[in-house]
Design a protein around this ligand. Structure first.
Ligand code: AMP
Ligand code: MG
Length: 321
């Protein structure tokens, strides 16, 4: 299969109508999209990503009004969150109707829904009469893509078209939330912080522990991972036990004196979480591509987007199974 890259939305729409895969830019990470109502098209996503079919997909649409077409109920709190944060980096779990194939939700009766905040993808969605099922456009378990070139590097030949929408502004995946009238649960930390959601709707019962029986793939213990050993701890101490010429560093704010500069990625010199999130996955990919034997990294403060970034770092550092 040839893979084309560009900004031709008509061409992208044509591929999607034919049941082919198209990579779409969003503000979080790039998605690997198919017609969410077409089970054969959706099956191609799992095949291209090598993704286990127990791992459900997010359905992307362009407005709250559209959501009613493929869900059975929109709880009041969910509507409040949608009105506040869409288009944006919040995915809401809602009861699905029969238009959504079981493969999209791995047999769950809830469907994960989001209106992404990217002008090209919003325009594409408005020109389609179906929503797009899309997980992140990377092989299962590897680092999520934040540029069109990241997608091409890993999925060339497996996707018909990659819409080039530049780099992703948020840079980490969406926050996944379920809101019933009596209870709010977070299934994945992401681009909108827990504190921000709390400010909108009050108390939440938070879940962020890994699981081997995931309701969210972001809950798998080892995920978002580079291929090189990725070690989490106090970088200054860790550096003492490693060959400085063969060590990569992914640090929040500060350089290490003895390590070559080109082997170091600083997420945000000024300590800005949003900037750090933006640079996280590209930084991991860059370090993974170097001639180093190990990548050393550290946690950020456990607050705001720092928590979502730490979640990615912990999973990337978890031993691969
Ligand atoms: P990805 O975009 O690759 O991170 O994949 C989409 C994420 O949404 C995965 O972590 C899924 O497991 C999660 N997800 C999708 N649908 C549901 C659902 N109904 N319940 C819980 N998590 C879901
Ligand atoms: Mg993913």
């Amino acid at each position: 299969m040839n893979t084309f890259i560009g900004q031709d939305l008509d061409r992208a729409a044509q591929f999607l109508k034919e049941g082919s895969l198209v990579a779409i830019p969003t503000e979080t990470v790039y998605g690997l999209a198919a017609n969410a109502f077409n089970v054969e098209a959706v099956a191609k996503i799992f095949e291209a990503k090598n993704r286990p079919s127990f791992d459900p997909l997010i359905v992307h649409t362009h407005s709250i009004e559209e959501v009613a077409k493929f869900t059975s109920h929109l709880p009041e709190k969910a509507l409040k969150l949608a009105e506040k944060f869409w288009p944006g980096s919040l995915t809401i779990l809602l009861p699905k109707n029969q238009l959504i194939p079981d493969l999209v939700t791995s047999g769950l009766n809830t469907v994960a829904v989001r209106v992404p905040n990217h002008p090209l993808t919003l325009e594409l969605l408005k020109n389609l009469d179906f929503p797009l099922a899309a997980p992140s456009a990377n092989p299962f378990g590897y680092i999520s893509p934040t540029t069109a070139l990241h997608v091409e590097a890993q999925l060339e030949g497996k996707v018909s078209y990659i819409i080039d929408g530049g780099y992703c502004r948020v840079g980490i995946e969406s926050t996944i939330v379920e809101v019933n009238d009596d209870k709010t649960t977070i299934y994945r930390l992401g681009g909108i912080s827990v504190e921000t959601i709390k400010a909108e709707i009050g108390e939440i019962e938070e879940i962020r522990h890994s699981s081997s029986n995931p309701k969210a793939s972001g809950m798998l213990k080892s995920h978002y991972a580079p291929t090189k050993p990725f070690i989490l701890g106090d970088i200054t101490t860790l550096v003492e036990n490693h060959d400085i010429q063969k060590t990569g560093i992914l640090a929040f704010q500060n350089q290490q004196e003895n390590i070559p500069k080109e082997h170091q990625v600083i997420l945000s010199e000024s300590g800005d979480f949003a900037e750090a999130a933006q640079h996280l996955f590209a930084g991991m990919r860059y370090l993974d591509s170097l001639d180093v034997e190990v990548i050393l990294t550290e946690l950020l403060p456990e607050e705001g987007l720092g928590r979502a970034i730490n979640d990615r770092l912990r999973r990337a550092a978890a031993t691969k199974m």
